[in-house]
Design a protein around this ligand. Structure first.
Ligand SMILES: [Zn+2]
Length: 342
């Protein structure tokens, strides 16, 4: 069954859809929302793929931390509907924090309970839900692009208000969060990375792969020694969002091909949403599926705001008509990941 990452940031739209097409809505969880229940994805928590990993007891009422082995921890935020996941990769001399989450609850105090080593931050890409805690850190590596630079300004409350609406949470907002003013803070990188760069954490080396498509600055990480591949938002076992103007489907298809070619050499994918582990074989399926979507071989379900969803066995693609018709947005303006086509 597809474990849906729900229509993030667009909960009110889901309500509208339900009002007008209650019998045909594609989202099985939607009726609960229409009935006023905020738990249409909460019922699926904790996700099965996550409970097989050891929970780490940390002082936080927001993050759920799992020890994945090989010196890797996942920091999940399951009680906000993005179900975003950041990862801490610990070497002998330093630790890499791959993404800093929603920024709705401090992440640095959690990370410092897991390691006393110096921390370097790198983002899988600069959509709002992956850079939320960047401003808490001094050492941030960033991909060097106009899109990334534009996103360093932070995202204002008006863009993120839907992300902190009551129905965006399972058990309410995190303690101390002012939902009336929530925004992400500006941040600045202390260095840049390029495709093929290696990050030596002492005793382990991660290689940076530039995999544009979902955004112009999307990165994957591979740990060849431990056979781990972090896929960011390029692949996860849920509804993959590839509909915003900064998404480039040509680039996305190439990037999926590149990652699919690595699938036989890794034992596990570590995606940025929903589950901390996914089968590498799903990448091969996804690279085939995106071609079927773009060639018109498979048909999707039209949704509001020009969006179209295409469902496959282990994942779905949520894309948009303008992108399928070959339109390109202007990535130099940045993008939170929540923009819609006019
Ligand atoms: Zn994203």
């Amino acid at each position: 069954m597809i474990s849906d990452r729900v229509a993030k940031g667009l909960l009110p739209i889901a309500v509208v859809m339900l009002t007008f097409s209650a019998c045909t809505t594609a989202e099985p969880e939607a009726p609960a929302l229409a009935a006023g229940a905020p738990d249409w994805w909460c019922d699926q928590l904790p996700r099965e793929a996550n409970i097989e990993f050891e929970r780490v007891d940390v002082e936080t009422d927001w993050f759920q931390v799992h020890r994945l082995g090989d010196g890797v921890f996942s920091l999940n935020e399951p009680n906000q509907f993005q179900e975003v996941i950041s990862y801490l990769v610990v070497g002998e001399e330093r630790a890499l924090l791959f993404d800093t989450g929603l920024g709705m609850s401090p992440i640095r105090t959690v990370v410092e309970q897991l390691t006393s080593l110096p921390i370097v931050v790198l983002n899988s890409h600069t959509h709002f839900d992956h850079i939320g805690g960047n401003a808490e850190f001094d050492h941030i590596l960033a991909f060097d692009s106009a899109y990334t630079r534009a996103n360093q300004r932070g995202f204002p409350h008006q863009e993120l208000a839907g992300e902190v609406a009551p129905e965006a949470f399972c058990n309410g907002a995190p303690d101390g969060l002012d939902t009336g003013s929530f925004h992400t803070r500006p941040w600045s990188p202390s260095g840049t990375v390029r495709d093929g760069d290696t990050l030596d954490l002492g005793g382990r080396v991660l290689k940076v792969l530039h995999v544009p498509g979902h955004t112009p600055d999307s990165l994957a990480l591979i740990d060849r020694q431990n056979r781990l591949l972090w896929t960011g938002d390029t692949y996860y076992d849920a509804t993959i969002w590839i509909y915003v103007p900064e998404t480039d489907l040509d680039a996305y298809e190439r990037s999926l091909d590149r990652l699919a070619a690595l699938a036989p050499s890794v034992k596990r994918l570590l995606p940025a949403h929903n589950t901390v582990s996914a089968d590498p074989a799903n990448l091969v399926e996804a690279s085939r599926a995106i071609r079927q979507v773009r060639s018109g071989e498979v048909s999707g379900e039209e949704q509001s705001n020009h969006r179209v969803v295409f469902r496959f066995q282990n994942f779905s693609f949520l894309t948009s008509r303008p992108l399928l018709e070959g339109k390109k947005g202007d990535p130099s303006a940045g993008g939170s990941g929540l923009t819609t086509w006019p």
